[in-house]
Ligand binder design. Structure first.
Ligand code: NAD
Length: 289
């Protein structure tokens, strides 16, 4: 297939490289990042989508996605598939899908979980909104870039699933970090804390797979001086999307709101900017009494 990838940053570049390595003809466009191996560069977004069977976008936010959609939708061949894999607000996902379908294109929102490591290894999870037909067309490409793709429902359902998942992730990471902070004060050894919790009812992905305490559990960003990984700013972005979605839908999410506030304070005032989101542990090591 002829595939275009727009947005070749930390995630888009390895996704594009995996598609090229699988034998697809991949063209890329990015306003700043270099092209990965096997991907030919286009001079503009509109040029990049010429003749494409499928276009994948992997961009920072909904406003940029909407701006890029305005450039590429008129330039895409009729019947081509527009698959946005960025994490954006549900409203932007639905607006871009409507715009694409009105132009005779297929449209999916397909945000991912799995981080940079998953993008490089081709083991991402895709959560997908759109028609069953468009999902089926994209499945072979999801299978190259990931290990699982779940069709969640109509347009926007992929972003809804992503926001809910990451709200749980933010809350459980903070709960895990504050529990380590409490354990420290109580004189409990961190390794013992991990041994108990990781096999007891307090277990979670944050504790078991991504332990925020250095030297404890499997290797994680905590063992690499909290270099991201998944940056605190991106967690703040996702928790802000969750709050906006809760407000517009009337859902009550007090834990999500608290997590968002704590990540905002961490990023803006407590040295969290540029650090992995599990560095939240350091906030609970600081004596605030
Ligand atoms: P990134 O900042 O590394 O990459 C984004 C790329 O988009 C950059 O290279 C930037 O130059 C490019 N870009 C910006 N505006 C553009 C435009 N108008 N036209 C073309 N290119 C443009 O970000 P990332 O970490 O690759 O994340 C991309 C998306 O994936 C985000 O929505 C993020 O929330 C989501 N995501 C990231 C992770 C992660 O662990 N990094 C995990 C899951 C989901």
């Amino acid at each position: 297939m002829r595939i275009t990838v727009i947005g070749l940053g930390n995630m888009g570049a390895p996704m594009a490289a995996n598609l090229a390595a699988a034998g697809h003809q991949v063209t890329g466009f990015d306003t700043a990042a270099p092209m990965p191996e096997g991907v030919s560069a286009a001079a503009s977004a509109a040029e990049a989508v010429q003749g494409a069977d499928a276009v994948i976008t992997m961009l920072p936010n909904g406003a940029i996605l909407r701006a890029v959609a305005d450039q590429i939708v008129p330039a895409m061949p009729p019947g081509a598939l527009f698959c946005d894999c960025s994490t954006v607000d549900v409203d932007s996902a639905r607006a871009v899908a409507d715009q694409a379908r009105a132009a005779g294109l297929g449209a999916l929102d397909a945000p991912v979980s799995g981080g940079i490591g998953g993008a490089q290894a081709g083991t991402l999870t895709f959560m997908v909104g759109g028609s069953p037909q468009d999902f089926a067309r994209m499945e072979p490409l999801f299978a190259i870039m990931g290990q699982k793709a779940v069709h969640c429902g109509d347009s926007g359902a992929g972003q809804a699933a992503k926001i809910c998942n990451n709200m749980i992730l933010g809350v459980t990471m903070i709960a895990t970090c504050e529990a380590f902070g409490l354990a420290d004060r109580l004189g409990l050894d961190r390794q013992k804390m991990f041994d108990v919790v990781s096999t007891s009812s307090g277990y979670s992905w944050s504790m078991n797979a991504y332990c925020p305490a250095p030297g404890v559990g499997p290797t994680s960003p905590a063992d690499n001086d909290y270099r991201p990984g998944f940056a605190s700013e991106l967690m703040l972005k996702d928790l802000t999307l969750a709050r906006q979605a809760a407000e517009s839908s009337g859902a009550e999410t007090p834990m999500g709101a608290m997590a968002r506030q704590l990540y905002e304070d961490f990023v803006q005032h407590q040295g969290g900017a540029g650090r992995d989101f599990s560095a939240m542990l350091t906030r609970f090591q600081t004596d605030r009494s």
